[in-house]
Design a protein. Structure first.
Length: 134
């Protein structure tokens, strides 16, 4: 069976300070094994000082999140490479690891883009991807 492959790439840029990530974000969660059969879910988050609090929504029209989460970016900036940072993600009182590539000056409108991969909170064998645009 042939499966479609998607390659996502963005330029690496050093992180200068955690507060460059402060702001409002929208994006998508790509979950390989969701509990509700929604493999792609809309996300809204707010980041401040390396802590991003947000919610997962059923549809882009939804006004109430079905799951709240917190990403705590506690790792050393630019490790292991420029633009990378690691941390944890917490949802439903469960914790997983997360690693993000961040570019805080992308495109003509200088948007911030975070592309993250992580272990599902409470189940480190299940992976997810999170893409946020600020």
């Amino acid at each position: 069976e042939d499966e479609a492959n998607i390659i996502f790439a963005m330029p690496q840029q050093s992180l200068t300070a955690m507060d460059t990530l402060d702001g409002e974000y929208v994006g998508l969660l790509f979950d390989q094994s969701p509990s509700n059969d929604a493999f792609v879910q809309p996300v809204i988050a707010t980041c401040s000082a390396g802590i991003c609090s947000g919610g997962l929504y059923d549809t882009i029209e939804s006004t109430t999140a079905h799951t709240d989460f917190t990403v705590n970016l506690t790792g050393t900036m630019d490790m292991p490479e420029p633009g990378f940072i690691t941390g944890t993600i917490t949802a439903d009182n469960e914790v997983g690891n997360i690693a993000c590539l961040v570019n805080a000056d992308l495109g003509t409108d200088a948007m911030t883009l975070m592309s993250c991969v992580g272990q599902a909170p409470g189940n480190p064998t299940q992976m997810f991807n999170l893409i946020l645009r600020g």
